[in-house]
Design a protein around this ligand. Sequence first.
Ligand SMILES: Cc1cc2nc3c(=O)[nH]c(=O)nc-3n(C[C@H](O)[C@H](O)[C@H](O)COP(=O)(O)OP(=O)(O)OC[C@H]3O[C@@H](n4cnc5c(N)ncnc54)[C@H](O)[C@@H]3O)c2cc1C
Length: 283
Amino acid sequence: MKIEKNIPLTKYTTIRIGGNAKIIYFPENTNDLKKLESIFTREKTLVIGNGSNIVFKDKGYKYDLICLKRLKKSLSIIGSKNIYASAGTSCARLAKYAYNNSIPGFEFLHGIPGTIGGSLRMNAGAFGSEIWDLVEYVTVINNKSKLVKLSKKDFRISYRKVDMRKNKAFIDVYFKFNRNKKFDKELLDTYMDKRTSTQPTNQWSSGCIFKNPNTKISASKIIDEANLSKTRIGGIYVSKKHCNYFINDGTGTCKDLEDLIFSIKKDIYDQYNMKIENEVCIY
Ligand SMILES: Cc1cc2nc3c(=O)[nH]c(=O)nc-3n(C[C@H](O)[C@H](O)[C@H](O)COP(=O)(O)OP(=O)(O)OC[C@H]3O[C@@H](n4cnc5c(N)ncnc54)[C@H](O)[C@@H]3O)c2cc1C
């Protein structure tokens, strides 16, 4: 198993900020997961995927990190209504796999640059769908370091949030699909075109910084309407293409990001008496 010590976390987050990690373990199979049993039970141990919705402070992370993106990638169709996927598989790969097998419902996942594990943790979604809409069962490592299979109803799931108080990591998942639903061969490309025309997908960011306050108005629209689209602090600035994306120009720090988040939240509150909540996870 690969282990990295005292390594810059800029390497493991898509916004490329943060100090050093004390140690990162990269398990590749169930044997490696077993070797990490005692680490999984530590309260401050954090599991990460592709780092596309997580940011670390400039002082770094001094506890154990376990990155699941090297976990053996596996995708298969089980029977007539399930897809099995391991947590380290990328959302794009899952979406393409479903597409290549003419299975509808997974198209929205294509442009989400995370692992399936991270997406389950965040209840990632786009274009009116969320990943947990598709889940039947998951295998998790619980807080006692045991591998257990749980069904969707064992979780409290809401917008970009899953209650993980009893569990530490998603290891794999059985998605359900419905062949009777119409398969639209154009949908995956339509979503990708929409995404690339409205979001800064090729710049250093963590995706959406804030949750949308409700289903009627997006955080991006509020930031834009509040005239905050030109705001910048240090090396982090609000994207003009999508105001809920904050971009690192290459010199940004976590302090810049936190200050920008604070400043935008304050301005929104002052102008609209509205509190907006972080989607990005900062440690
Ligand atoms: C350009 C861009 C576009 C994006 N578009 C979208 C979008 O359309 N919709 C959307 O919802 N998000 C979007 N995101 C955000 C992000 O891609 C998703 O939240 C993604 O699901 C995170 O997966 P990850 O593997 O990168 O997780 P990470 O960022 O590594 O981790 C995110 C959280 O999940 C936890 N975690 C990670 N892996 C596991 C695991 N196996 N078990 C338990 N917990 C785990 C981490 O501790 C952390 O709290 C976008 C991000 C970018 C940069």
